[in-house]
Design a binder for this molecule. Sequence first.
Ligand SMILES: [Fe+2]
Length: 490
Amino acid sequence: MKVQRLEPIRTTLKPSNHPYLNGAWTPLHEEVNALDLEVIEGAIPADIDGVYTRNTENQIHQPLGFFHPFDGDGMLHQISFENGRASYRNRFVRTRGFHAEQEANASLWGGLMDRHGVSKRPGFGAHGGLKDSSSTDVIIHAGRAVSTFYQCGEAYLVDPETLDTIGVAHWGPLDGVSAHPKVDERTGELMFFNYSTHAPYMHYGVVDADNKLTTYRPVELPGPRLPHDMAFTENYVILNDFPLFWDPELLKRDVHAVRMHWDKPSRFAIIPRRGDGEIRWFEAAPTFVLHWVNAYEQDDEIILDGYFEEDPAPKKATDALPGYEHLMAYLDEHAFRSKLHRWRFNLKDGATKEQRLDDRVLEFGTINQRVAGRPYRYAYSTKSKPGWFLFSGFVKHDMQTGEWQEVNLEPGRYGSEAPFAPRIGAKDEDDGYLVSFITDENTGTSECILIDCKRFSAGPVARIALPHKLCSGTHACWADRKFIRERRVP
Ligand SMILES: [Fe+2]
């Protein structure tokens, strides 16, 4: 492996006992290019050609207040596969906040869990006062990587092959862009939403394959909400209004305390994809959903699969380090018990039906993007380590038969969100690989693994060494090189 290290960035972060600044969540500050990655086990497949891109959160400077892992600066990591060879590179997203704090050589913004007034500069997003870290999500649209922040920031465009930050997307509205914009690979369109603390509280937008904003419309809500993800079908998008939101009375005093309102239903907005026409609202049992798996139309129904949380506002963790009880509970999938679930919305009679599909705690689902918004068969979920936001395994579900297979990582090894990379010339939906980065706490190293989805439970068919230990993070995506280059808008 040939490794080229870039000029170091400036950092003032000091050692601490914070559970999310240590171990698999130790921030990485080094930026490198690495060619000819070495194989630890198996072989690099020659039948995929594309890039896996992963966003992680890496705190650079000493926090001004109480650190939450979602405050960390966005860093993109990429492994590129071509002709049976693999290369790796990583770069911080050069956001306005990154540049300002490099210049100041200090934190200028407080975090999610800080009281109002900690930030030294005006902030971004629905929460207000936060740095737009661009650290949550990454997708590929119009030949560019688009990096986004869950509290609604600017959409940062990054070259998906070099990881150089290009700048802010011109189509981003004033209220910003939430994490989880969706791309329909068949049409090249990007669909997005945002949310805010002022009426109408939510908007929906479309950016077409030519990178032009073609739709931007309000989606009126009863008050400020905290939607995190959206879904789409061939003709509709699905947005949500869940009864987990900031306490309206406390919010008037700028206190962002989240409460579950069990007396209110979950509400789903079904919106024509082009944004024209009426919004139809459906109601369902109260819950909160962080992520959807997929959605599609079938006869009179819209089918939506995602992870139903049984306890979206869990009690404090009793076994956490003093002071971290609340933080630990809200990052623990086993505390909010997210389970694979199906909602069916009948467009004829307005009824909703619901069904639990698996009783295990799962989240962060991926699919073959070629069946996004269409009837599909296979879903890939992650398992997590109880008590922690760390991925400990992967489950493949056959959504037709209910059968499943799983891969569990050895203790001390943690994965990243694992999208599906289709094999060149694949005909079957599951003909390809699940790609994930592993952070190994036993060896202090990282690697990339590939699981052959046709032989899922056999475990990784390739383990590829990475040049440094990665910090854990949130989202990742796969894009075929052909898709990147053919869809590229100058
Ligand atoms: Fe997310």
